[in-house]
Design a protein. Sequence first.
Length: 249
Amino acid sequence: MTKINRMGEIHTTNRCGKIKIVKYENYKNVSVMFENGDIKHNVRYGDIKRGQVSSNMYPNIHGVAFVGDGKFTHANSKRAYHTWHDMIDRCYGDNSKLKKKSYIGCSVCNEWLNFQNFAKWYTENYYEISGEKMHLDKDILNKHNREYSSESCMFVPESINIIFISRNSDRGDCPLGTNYNKKQGKYHSYISKKGFREYLGSFDSKEEAFKKYKYEKECHIKNVADEYRNCIPKKLYDALCRYNIEITD
């Protein structure tokens, strides 16, 4: 009986793009190569025909990220996986209408495109605070940072993270924490504390208004840091204490 030679056949998978048969022993023992160069052995030819061949190393999440080979899975690391997947969505999601402007231009480091690496970091760095939702933050340690990585990220309680949310629609061309009142011809300064907006005063120039906001905002950040000092990592506490509000923010 003549042995069938299927070497070089190209097939399309359901989730991982195209594959090429690089070795064919028999219909139960086939080796295939994915478009990213990953090779999988001992594949059944019937599964190839049905498109039921996959690789954990194939970037099938927005074309950039993959689960990887290792002990961490969606099933045994659900919180880590959802955090990781949300991070990938924010940076590489296709629906630009739903994508927040603050995430435009953001990226994930190559190491974290592999879920195995992110999940390991997650298990070593995640912590909880009673009554708080924890956020993965990328730019408190490194201001204006646009890349998610182990060097720049940490978990932050929501009560701290919301301190750094800017309401740009309220200020127009004015500096952070200020707006201009046309009727009065004055610049007003405001600060938000725990969900309440506090009026800081009226000023003749935007520089004066911002100076007042900067002082009050930095004091507020330090006060919150002291409030959470015993339950947050030292690097977060230190970053909050030295955080500098700039007029260009």
